[in-house]
Design a protein around this ligand. Sequence first.
Ligand code: NAG
Ligand code: NAG
Ligand code: NAG
Ligand code: NAG
Length: 640
Amino acid sequence: MLKGLAAGLLAAAVVAFVVDRYSPSGPPQQLPGGRAHPFAPEPAPGAEAGNLFWIVQVSDIHISTFLDPERASDFEKFCVETIPIIQPTLTLVTGDLTDSKTKDKLGSDQFEAEWQTYQTVLKRSKVMEKTKWIDIKGNHDTFNIPNLQSIQNYYRKYSAWQKDGSFHYIHTTPFGRYSFICVDATLSPGLKRPYNFFGILNKRKMQELSSLAMESRESNHTIWFGHYPTSAIISTSPGIRMAMRSATAYLCGHFHTLGGLMPVLHTRHHHGTLELELADWKDNRKYRLLAFDHDLFSFTDVTFNEWPVVLITNPKPFLYSSSAHEPLQRILNSTHIRILAFSPSPITSVKVTIDGVHLGDAVHVSGPLYALKWSPQNYSRGFHQIEVIVQDTSGKSTTQRHTFAMEENLSLKFDLFASWLLLTDHYIWVRAVFVVLIIFQTALLIVFRYRRKPKFNKPLGTSTRISFSLHVLSKTDLFYYFFLVLSLYTLLGPWFIGEIVDGYIGLCFSFGIVVDGHFFEGSMTFLVGIMQVVFFNLPVMAYICWCLFLRCQGHSFGSHLRHVGWRWAVPIHGFIALLFFWQVFSCYFLLKTYGTLAFFLSPLRTWIVALTLFLVYKTWKLQSSTLRTFILEMKNYESS
Ligand SMILES: *[C@@H]1O[C@H](CO)[C@@H](O)[C@H](O)[C@H]1NC(C)=O
Ligand SMILES: *[C@@H]1O[C@H](CO)[C@@H](O)[C@H](O)[C@H]1NC(C)=O
Ligand SMILES: *[C@@H]1O[C@H](CO)[C@@H](O)[C@H](O)[C@H]1NC(C)=O
Ligand SMILES: CC(=O)N[C@H]1CO[C@H](CO)[C@@H](O)[C@@H]1O
């Protein structure tokens, strides 16, 4: 009863913590680090064309020589058709320009042809003359590159930006200065996949970013952008989110949509910065339109070739508002609702509705801008829903709707799972879980080795059986040392030695990768380590326990089937066979990803497969005095 209550309280506390930590809400109250003055209520959005510009983001293009040629041809169409219609001031391409995966999709390498395709698209479409095109590297663009000077670093030759490293691009307008800071967390040397999933910002790179942040202090808005979400970046103190706290938003890609699970990955950092992951071009053909209208920031994520594209810039959505970064009082001070609408065909109507009441058609101002006079005071209390329907001459129409509000003490929450994905430093929890698992298995072995086995007392319940079999396993040297060494080796030993980058031999440990004099802190490795323990080390140990228990009952490999029956034996052996084949597949995976040398020099892959077969054989054949004692004891018990 008391235990239940305590567990309930603990669970409630954990849930409260999670909900509190991962459900960042509407406008936060505090001023961000560095902002000296409160915002001026002027200029407020009206019917004039000024104080407005917009940009486009596209991410994870993955141009591939082997797969889906439409990725590149659609991308060319995007440059030839979409960009001239939208005419963004700036286009940010946030990494993974090329796929850089081998034909079997397992290995990774730089293919010059992919980069040439990318460059050809840029040149043929003349897109760089139509918009400021800023393309940065993603992890795929750095697979298998020994150093930045290497000829393999095709980014230097074929991209538009061509310069490695973080930078600060300033867009200056008559109405203000706008900063765009690139976070380059890609690795150098660029490891082959899959141990290239997390970005790293060492001390030097962090200092560089902090000074860029200082430079941007006087800007009206600062946008940070990079390939990796902040949760997939290992950064030194004070941490990447802290460094970008004065930014209005951080734009990134990399997670795609998590295989379709998370089509929207948006959240807010504790300091108010929005983190906006963009779905990929690769499979989903997504891109993003962002606008600064009288310093109010708004954006919409859209699908390629779906027209009209519509963005309501005033009033902006409450969820994405930050009183720390934007002059939100200008909404209440504004005279017009403002909408950007783009389409290849002329636009015929822009209908505006608030809370189900049709307010009229917005009037064309200039370019893509439409405006409709309104009285914001009427909506100054509580939440309101704005809906805009844009129609063009081709008969296509798009509906955009969102919730806005002008009171700052209201709150709306971001999706909890999206926030968890973007706000957790994943390299930390995977490390903790991995170490806990290793300690659990090691402790289990040691405890049962040195604990005295209690006498049997009838009846033989499940827990007694489990404990008995653990005693047998831990007290028999061969099995004890096998699993103890396996467990500690998973933690400490090199898993494999091989060409982490072609031509450079490196070592892969759970806690990191060493190659060419560089050490890369572990992240993905811990996740692989968790899989290893959960799907191999622990189940195989449980399986050997089960077999040993049957042996103690006097069965052989042949006779145990009759005893336990097919209904149990088939699923158990089948499950272990499945895990075993997964291990065999991971050897093949290693061969394909890191090459022949890694395949042969891999204690935790190839060697363990052979050793496990040997161990299973020994489970049924081993003759040892310890085992005999247990067999005898079981016999005495069963005959009593
Ligand atoms: C940008 O900042 C300057 C200086 O604070 C200010 O005068 C100007 O009005 C701002 N621009 C807009 C569009 O608010
Ligand atoms: C909004 O307020 C104005 C007066 O300020 C009033 O004339 C108008 O009818 C109101 N509209 C709505 C929808 O309440
Ligand atoms: C927000 O503040 C206003 C006064 O500024 C108050 O009238 C209103 O009830 C508050 N709303 C909530 C939800 O607390
Ligand atoms: C259109 C409008 O309401 N403008 C007002 C915005 O706020 C300033 C200062 O509070 C007023 O002077 C404007 O008249």
